[in-house]
Unconditional design. Structure first.
Lengths: 765, 155
């Protein structure tokens, strides 16, 4: 199948300067007040920005979204093939190239199906109509009598015209109208099917599938030397010794940015080690004290916003409980350290990158390198799964710095394992403080406060330069400020607003404006920790009310689709009402977690079963059930793969993951001190899909993580009667919880109405 | 300095220092993509190849130390036109998300199935305990190995 792989032939074409021309900047005259167009058509308005019909009958699809291992290129190919009535084998995908594809910003937030998929669906339907109209003229048959089968237009009398024959006449350099209706779901033959991923055959046979696999003629190898801690200054290093090492071509220093270029990869690695050994660094601020991390973070300057508020009166006699939850810094920890290739030639820079956003990267690289964006081309090539903003963009800048020093020769730079672990921007540490009150089996008061650093320090910031290496140049660049992001996407406050129908509630986001530890977007942003805490606390309120957690949730929802996923997961797991109160032997229990991602997207409910070893403190999760409603399903098996992946990754975060550091620097530098879930620990995952063919298709890559964490924490509480509110659920924390009888209780109980005279504060329920 | 290696059934001469890790020789000199750099610490398994049929971490194996041995990489196991049963099973089970770890998984599984043609699920999990997957494809990988074992027994 003609997949999205970058082949050697394609590189040669690129290197030979063959750049095909497309209407990236619309060449058509656009309307003065253009109509709003759906999905990413709004920002990339010409049809040929998306689709090209070739003379051989094949179709080239251009998308600004990129493959991150989530199967998006297969899903988008399905959508285009469906609307055009072309078999999948004749679709080829071009993605994420500032020289060729639309600008769709970042591939993030589970939005690719909604943005790029919608654009391709509408553009596909319109291009099909254009081709049919051309055929109608050619055949002298009314358009509505023509049918399309596998890219061939058929007249009732048996005459036919293939798409390829019309390719030259079809004018696609025109603005999309979005007036041609796409196919109704009932007619879908490709969308909705578990089409095999187009990239997997190459990946299991050793094709050049990744940016790491690219080899350009004359290519050199680079490595970077980072300081021992954030912000340290390079005082001196032993340039002469390193330059004399075998294969070393250049030692690149600009301020405290230090790197090396060598003929062979192992020579670059050896030179890096030598540079590290003799480099002298000074300064750099101390990190927070890990034993007082959350207090210290909450004491930093923050910008506080109430993002949701409802003010029903409070009934008298309700008991309020309060609990505080924490999530540590967690790493993306891609299996492959970040990698990029860069080449400077005739004042132009070409970068091959696994960035999630080639256009924002280009814009920010231009600022960091004092170049014009038009002189930089960023071309996406796959990396390992990134799960958000890892070192991908930073390594692209680093590679450009090295390539500039050896102008004319391409440089391949892959970070070492410790570069990735110690310098990637982590998912922020967070504190969630919840208060709630129950009366008559219903939640009558609810408040949620979340403290977090920024979850979006990606390239593309209008004011700052969010590229690691640029902060260490002699003319040091500055990162952008932390910024609030509007709901429903949000940042640290993603999924902070309760989904439940509470008459009285207040949600406050405390955006920490300082960055003592580098952070940015990790899959789900704040949703993972917010849902973990909200859904844990819902169980605490259900317990206070003496109501089964599933029944308690169902009593507080208003949407049939919410009800359907909760009921579906309870049915799949054969949930027995009240089972979570049967403490049994304190070793085994089940719990539920639910969320609608970003409050407006995919619905996911998860039930987890845990086994607690009370001696070792090890928590096992033998089984997990998930029920998912992602609207119209494009590829059922792809959806299951994403949900299973989200469940397992979240289980890994929840049981194992926290970035270790002391005041002098990051200590997590490899898989021994940042362990992740292993094969023997993987749970059996059973996923139930609820298809809504007439609803909007929604992304699912980030839907399961929050509910899974809550389900595991609730299962632990059900098994042991103790609640752990600080992630991850390490053996030490488990043993501590089991040894201290009060730890699992809500911290404070206050009887309403609160006034100076009647304020009752108790230690436990 | 020339090293003579036998890789995927072909003898190749490479101009590299004998202490060069096999991984870089395979990737950069022989232009084979199957073995991946993941950690160079033997922790993740992405670089796994077979040396005389046994799984070996190429990231810490000096190329000079395996002259005269038979090295098999993912490319040597099978090709798109002639898939090894493991490769076919990984496609049939759609056992990949990003796929960066998959080459190492397949090579480690090839070693397992050679030693144990009828593995139980627990055997597969144990054999792959030191191969890390970050995307959460664990269950599909386990199923693919079990499916391959079944298909290989049926041949």
């Amino acid at each position: 199948m003609n997949g999205p792989r970058l082949t050697r032939r394609e590189f040669t074409a690129v290197l030979g300067g063959i750049v095909l021309s497309f209407s990236l900047a619309p060449k058509v005259v656009l309307a003065q007040n253009p109509a709003r167009l759906p999905g990413s058509l709004e920002t990339n308005r010409t049809l040929d920005a998306w689709l090209r019909v070739n003379a051989d009958g094949s179709v080239t699809v251009f998308t600004g979204k990129v493959e991150l291992g989530q199967g998006i290129l297969t899903a988008l190919a399905q959508i285009a093939a469906e609307e055009l009535d072309v078999p999948l084998v004749r679709i080829s995908m071009v993605s994420g190239d500032t020289g060729r594809t639309p600008n769709e910003g970042q591939t993030a937030g589970s939005q690719s199906i909604e943005q790029s998929g919608t654009a391709l669906r509408m553009a596909g339907a319109e291009v099909r109509a254009i081709l049919i109209n051309l055929a109608a003229k050619k055949l002298g048959v009314p358009a509505d009598l023509l049918k399309v089968n596998d890219g061939v237009i058929l007249a009732p009398d048996g005459r036919k015209v293939a798409y390829g024959e019309l390719a030259a006449q079809a004018d696609l350099k025109r603005e999309a109208t979005a007036k041609v209706s796409p196919k109704p779901a009932a007619q879908h033959k490709i969308v909705g099917k578990s089409v095999p991923r187009i990239d997997i055959p190459g990946k299991v046979t050793g094709a050049a599938a990744f940016v790491q696999d690219l080899r350009l003629p004359g290519m050199l190898h680079g490595r970077i030397v980072r300081p021992p801690r954030y912000g340290a200054r390079l005082e001196s290093f032993d340039e002469a010794t390193v330059k004399a090492m075998p294969g070393v071509i250049a030692v690149v220093r600009d301020g405290s940015f230090l790197g090396v270029v060598a003929r062979r990869e192992e020579q670059a690695i050896n030179a890096r080690l030598m540079l590290m050994e003799f480099a002298k660094w000074s300064g750099g601020p101390l990190l927070p004290d890990p034993s007082k991390l959350y207090e210290q973070l909450m004491s930093l300057r923050s910008e506080d916003r109430v993002i949701s508020e409802k003010d029903a009166p409070l009934p008298a006699g309700a008991d309020m409980i309060e609990a505080t939850y924490h999530r540590p810094y967690q790493a993306h920890a891609a299996i492959a350290p970040s990698c990029a290739l860069a080449e400077f030639k005739d004042g132009k820079l070409t970068v091959w990158t696994h960035s999630q956003g080639v256009y924002p990267l280009r814009a920010t690289m231009a600022k960091a390198l004092d170049m014009q964006p038009r002189d930089i081309r960023c071309i996406h090539a796959e990396g390992a799964g990134c799960y958000g903003h890892n070192g991908a963009d930073d390594v692209a800048f680093d590679a450009a710095m090295l390539a500039r020093a050896v102008s004319g020769r391409p440089v391949r730079l892959q970070w070492m394992r410790d570069d990735e672990f110690k310098w990637e921007p982590y998912g922020p540490a967070m504190t969630m403080k919840l208060k709630g009150a129950v009366a008559g089996g219903r939640v009558v008061d609810w408040s949620f406060d979340v403290w977090s650093q920024s979850h979006n320090m990606r390239p593309g910031d209008p004011d700052g330069i969010n590229l690691l290496g640029s902060w260490y140049l002699a003319a040091a660049k500055r990162p952008g400020p932390a910024r609030h992001a509007p709901q429903p996407n949000g940042g640290g406050d993603r999924n902070a607003i309760t989904l439940y129908d509470f008459p009285r509630q207040r949600t406050t986001h405390h955006l920490i404006m300082e960055n003592p530890v580098r952070t940015s977007a990790l899959r789900t942003l704040g949703a993972y920790a917010n849902v973990f805490s909200i859904e844990s606390f819902i169980d605490e309120l259900a317990a206070a009310a003496g109501i089964d957690p599933v029944a308690f949730r169902l009593a507080h929802i208003r949407d049939e689709r919410e009800r359907a996923v909760i009921e579906a997961v309870a049915k799949a797991a054969a949930w027995k009402p009240g089972e979570s109160y049967q403490k049994g032997n304190g070793r085994r229990g089940r719990g539920i977690g639910y969320a609608r991602y970003k409050t407006v997207a995919t619905y996911t409910a998860v039930i987890a079963e845990v086994e607690v070893n009370r001696t070792t403190g090890i928590v096992k999760v033998p089984r997990i059930w998930a029920a998912v409603d992602a609207g119209q399903i494009i590829n059922p098996d792809g959806l299951i793969n994403q949900i299973e992946g989200g469940v397992i990754q979240s289980m890994s975060w929840t049981l194992h993951e926290q970035v270790r550091f002391d005041r002098n620097g990051i200590l997590s530098e490899d898989w021994m001190n940042y362990p992740i879930l292993t094969m023997p620990e993987a749970p059996r995952v059973e996923t139930v899909l609820i298809n809504r063919p007439n609803e909007r298709a929604l992304g699912a890559g980030e839907a399961a993580q929050g509910p899974t964490a809550a389900a595991i924490a609730n299962a632990f509480a059900a098994a042991t009667g103790q609640r752990i509110r600080e992630l991850p659920l390490t053996p030490e924390r488990v043993k501590q919880a089991l040894a201290s009888p009060l730890i699992g209780k809500p911290l404070i109980k206050i009887r309403y109405p609160i006034d100076a005279a009647s304020d009752v504060v108790e230690k436990s329920l | 300095m020339a090293i003579s290696l036998r890789v995927n059934g072909v003898t190749r001469s490479v101009d590299a220092e004998p202490d060069t890790p096999l991984l870089y020789v395979l990737r950069n000199d022989l232009e084979l993509n199957g073995a991946k750099y993941g950690c160079a610490l033997t922790q993740c398994g992405a670089c796994t190849v077979l040396v005389n049929g046994a799984a070996r971490r190429s990231c810490v194996t000096p190329a000079g130390s395996i002259e005269g041995n038979e090295v098999t990489t993912l490319e040597g196991l099978g090709t798109l036109d002639k898939l090894h049963p493991l490769q076919k099973a990984f496609i049939d089970e759609q056992a990949a998300q990003c796929g960066y770890c998959i080459g190492g998984m397949i090579m480690t599984a090839a070693d397992l199935l050679k030693r144990n043609p009828q593995p139980r699920e627990a055997d597969v999990r144990a054999a792959l305990a030191d191969n890390l997957c970050r995307c959460g494809t664990h269950n599909r990988i386990i199923r693919a190995v079990l499916r391959a074992a079944q298909n290989m027994r049926g041949q």
